[in-house]
Design a protein. Sequence first.
Length: 221
Amino acid sequence: MKNKNQGALLAVALGIILAISAAVFVFLTVSAKPPKLSQEKMQKAVETAEKAAEKENQPGPEEPVESDEEKYTKSIKAFQVMAGESSGADTTNAQPKDTDSSKDADNEEDGNSEEAEAAENGYLCSYSSQRIMTEADVQELKQGTYTDLPQGKGIIRMVVNELYAKYGYQFGKEEIQAYFEQKEWYQAIPTRSTDMNDIIKKMTDTERANVEFLSPYIEEE
């Protein structure tokens, strides 16, 4: 009888131990799994990722575009310097100097033919309306010989004045006006104008760019 009671107690003890072991195993298994995100948190995570992607793909701010009015204002300031109507030159728009020797050689050859063409048709620099000018062109002009320029007016100043004269500009300086009145191409222009804004608007982009480019060189004359 005693042996039976001991066996029953042993069986109960083993059952309790097994139950405790099973409970511990289940607890460890559940606690080892990563916590699940709620549906709301998952939705917020997706929205945040989408916003970040849109921000990366969004183009940066565009560079400001210079208006026609700003271009005209720059050209007016440059012309006032060249025509001797005010002092001080705006050098902020000077183009970079071309240091390529092969380009200089090509420009020199072109300059010779262009200079001959200019002399034939009465212009100081006929190509100033045809292409963007370079430092090589400036140096070529400075090396030329000019006997009929108004006193005290350098060649670069007069080349810019010529750009305006091509559109019939009436100069306030008598000596400059008298110089162009001698040119057949100027005489052939039917009307004259003292409206500088109107003249600048008639110019091509190339001509306006050359006016700005030549501005710094007036100080060297």
